[in-house]
Design a protein around this ligand. Structure first.
Ligand code: SIN
Length: 243
């Protein structure tokens, strides 16, 4: 049996930790919720194709090796493990799916291999391919400065691109992680989700207040007797002249 980069040639597994969780690859015949260790998930990858065009593109997730992340000065704690989904691709479609994924994950991601742990500790880990935007890739946003979560949330909230609002990516990822299995939470994603939900609620409230204000102004106008109307028009007798 041929072994390439830790994967057997007749079994191809891919680990999804971002959009691949809520939008799985085609031609899969098995999917397993699981986690990897030694990495931290962060919304620190620029996405030109999914979100706003340059110079202000949106953000998507990437993985950072924990030992590298520790030196970056992130003020937020990292979860112990990164949850996601391992997919087995049908043997007859492996090449096709690899090509599809290489195009889909073209935005600064490169191929790596990880061991995905099952929720059942008695099952052996699954060697899987994973796409990672490493700190060396030009689309890694924390190369010079680690963005704060509030700044990130505001950026994601306002970015919209060809694939729709950037916040939809975050919302779908958050919900997919919550639904994956009882332990599969991610504090960074959850915190961004909460911040964006607050921004959205604040905007909605402002809209309601503006509508209320406009309605109130209209009501005030209706209450003014016609002869005192600010338009300055005098109340006139209806035109009685007949033709
Ligand atoms: C992944 O989902 O595994 C990679 C990142 C992404 O495409 O969102």
């Amino acid at each position: 049996m041929t072994v390439t980069e830790g994967q057997t040639s007749d079994e191809f597994w891919i680990f999804g930790y971002g959009s691949l969780i809520f939008k799985p690859p085609p031609h899969i015949d098995r999917q397993v919720p699981g986690y990897i260790t030694g990495y931290v998930r962060r919304f620190w990858q620029v996405s030109f194709s999914r979100n706003s065009p340059p110079p202000d593109p949106g953000r998507v997730v990437t993985l950072i090796e924990r030992s590298v992340w520790e030196k970056l000065g992130d003020h937020h704690d990292a979860d112990e493990v990164v949850w996601g989904t391992a997919y087995r691709v049908e043997a007859s479609h492996v090449e096709e799916v690899k090509e599809y994924l290489d195009i889909r994950e073209i935005n600064g991601y490169s191929i790596h291999y990880v061991d995905v742990h099952h929720t059942n500790p008695n099952s052996p880990p699954i060697r899987s391919l994973v796409y990672i935007g490493t700190p060396e890739n030009p689309q890694f946003v924390a190369r010079e400065r680690v963005p704060g979560e509030t700044e990130l949330a505001e950026h994601i909230y306002k970015s919209v691109g060809p694939s729709g609002p950037n916040k939809d990516y975050l919302y779908q990822l958050h919900h997919a992680l919550e639904d994956l299995c009882p332990d599969s939470k991610d504090n960074h994603i959850r915190s961004l989700f909460r911040k964006i939900a607050i921004l959205e609620a604040e905007e909605k409230l402002m809209e309601i207040e503006e509508e209320d204000h406009e309605e109130h102004e209209e009501d005030k106008m209706e209450d003014i007797p016609f002869h005192e109307h600010p338009s300055g028009q005098e109340e006139t007798e209806p035109n009685m002249t007949s033709s």
